[in-house]
Design a protein around this ligand. Structure first.
Ligand SMILES: [Fe+2]
Length: 193
């Protein structure tokens, strides 16, 4: 469950409205698990809605960055983050029907989306908003990019980003461990033949 707060605001109306909708769709997905194990269809539907809306939102953000002439290096980095989210979410979507432990998979899924949204909205999206503001106030795209390599954040926001990154890292480490175990059992099977 992700509770929307002022610290997520970019002060760009379209972006904030879409982020709040993403937050609502994530919470809708969480609600599927409130009363035990939901049907596979219910989860698949909520996830598909979130995935489609994310794609639309990313397209809108990328168009906005191009229209404001943001530095191309920055746009490339931002675009890469969007793509990796869509890739990871699609991969997890496949696991929903393949995994035996649905609750465990759902927990992983909800944690991944929550942490990613916190990390992304408080990270690159805030840098995007800061560059757009600076360009509107007269800076060149290069100056705006240089001026916003880092932005100062309060302790609470920094802690939220840190927790989100740690959570994403833990998810990746867990995934590697599972892959390693599968590889070991495959090798053992091949050795015993
Ligand atoms: Fe973004």
């Amino acid at each position: 469950m992700l509770v929307w707060s002022e610290r997520f605001e970019t002060k760009i109306e379209l972006v904030d409205t879409q982020h709040q909708r993403l937050c609502a769709l994530l919470n809708k997905l969480c609600a599927c698990f409130d009363s035990g194990v939901p049907s596979e269809e219910t989860v698949a539907e909520a996830l598909q809605e979130l995935l489609e809306y994310s794609q639309q939102h990313f397209t809108d953000e990328e168009e906005m960055m191009k229209n404001h002439n943001l530095d191309s290096h920055y746009i490339a980095i931002h675009h890469m983050e969007h793509n990796s989210f869509i890739y990871d979410l699609s991969r997890l979507q496949l696991h929903i029907s393949a995994d035996e432990d649905e609750v465990q998979t759902a927990e992983k899924l909800v944690r991944f989306i929550t942490s990613w949204l916190v990390y992304h909205i408080l990270g690159v999206d805030q840098l995007m908003a800061a560059q757009i503001r600076d360009i509107e106030e007269g800076m060149t795209p290069e100056q705006a990019y240089e001026a916003n390599q880092t932005i100062s954040r309060d302790v609470g926001t920094t802690q939220l980003i840190l927790n989100a990154v740690l959570d994403l890292w833990r998810g990746t480490a867990e995934h590697c461990r599972v892959l390693e175990e599968k590889l070991c059992s495959l090798n053992q099977g091949a050795d015993s033949r």
